[in-house]
Design a protein around this ligand. Structure first.
Ligand SMILES: [Fe+2]
Ligand SMILES: [Fe+2]
Length: 248
């Protein structure tokens, strides 16, 4: 198992570990994104057992103890399992997350009090600027949220567009088809009536790069991909409603 580091936008590094045993035979990637500013931020910590590999990967770019912010999409082991190991490794680091995640989980789980971010709130990292966006239950988790890095127009889109298999660091190839296949395979999303609209709203940020947690970073037509993913979830939600209306 090797962990790769690639710069996918100016000062944004994709740290990627391919695990063949997960979703075999295709395998599965687990990515973290390091945003390098005066106050570096790590989006997703990875599992606790990945901490040595991710720590070593971060050290290829910055001194890990410089890490100032830790953020992630929602509370799950691959998103934040190693958060307390990172809080110990980086004495100035703070966890930054939305109000639901902080109130429900992180105020108890995290070894230091988290910084609560309001929907739309910006943290100036010094040379980079991240905006927090609440996306409740999308793709899953009441506490779900995403980050948008404004200077590079990079949307750190967490579990959205999840795909199985090994991927290049950066691609312009289709990411919607593989995401729909992964949804068929895993059923990982909480289908709900607002889901399509929540995803579609992300296009208003006009992202240029989509940084997937489980897959490549995408440098093609990001707004079209977001619209197509939203359409796919609308189709799934409608099909579920029709199926259950017929069954009633
Ligand atoms: Fe997740
Ligand atoms: Fe994930």
């Amino acid at each position: 198992m090797t962990t790769c580091v690639d710069e996918i936008s100016d000062g944004i590094f994709r740290i990627s570990t391919f695990v063949p045993e997960v979703a075999a035979p295709a395998g599965f990637t687990f990515n973290q994104y390091l945003i390098v500013g005066d106050e570096p931020l790590l989006f997703h910590t990875g599992h606790r057992r990945l901490f040595p590999a991710v720590h070593e990967a971060v050290a290829r770019v910055i001194k890990p103890e410089r890490l100032r912010w830790i953020s992630f999409g929602h509370v799950e082991a691959d998103e934040c399992g190693a958060m307390n190991l990172w809080l110990a490794a980086a004495p100035s680091a703070e966890i930054a997350h939305g109000a639901i995640g902080c109130d429900v989980s992180l105020s108890d789980l995290a070894d230091r009090p988290p910084r609560v971010l309001a929907d739309g709130e910006v943290i100036d990292l010094g040379g980079k600027r991240i905006r927090y966006i609440d996306t409740p239950h999308t793709p899953h988790g009441w506490d779900a949220g995403l980050l948008f890095e404004e200077t590079t127009s990079t949307l750190l889109c967490g579990d959205l567009f999840t795909q199985a298999g090994q991927s290049k660091a950066l691609t312009e190839s289709d990411i919607v088809g593989p995401a729909s296949e992964a949804e068929d395979l895993f059923g990982f999303s909480s289908l709900h009536p607002e889901m399509g609209a929540t995803i579609r709203r992300l296009a208003s940020l006009a992202p240029k790069t989509l940084a997937l947690m489980h897959g490549p970073a995408f440098a093609g037509d990001a707004c079209a991909a977001i619209d197509a993913l939203a359409d796919d979830y609308d189709r799934r939600t409608m099909a579920w409603r029709e199926k259950n209306a017929l069954a009633a």
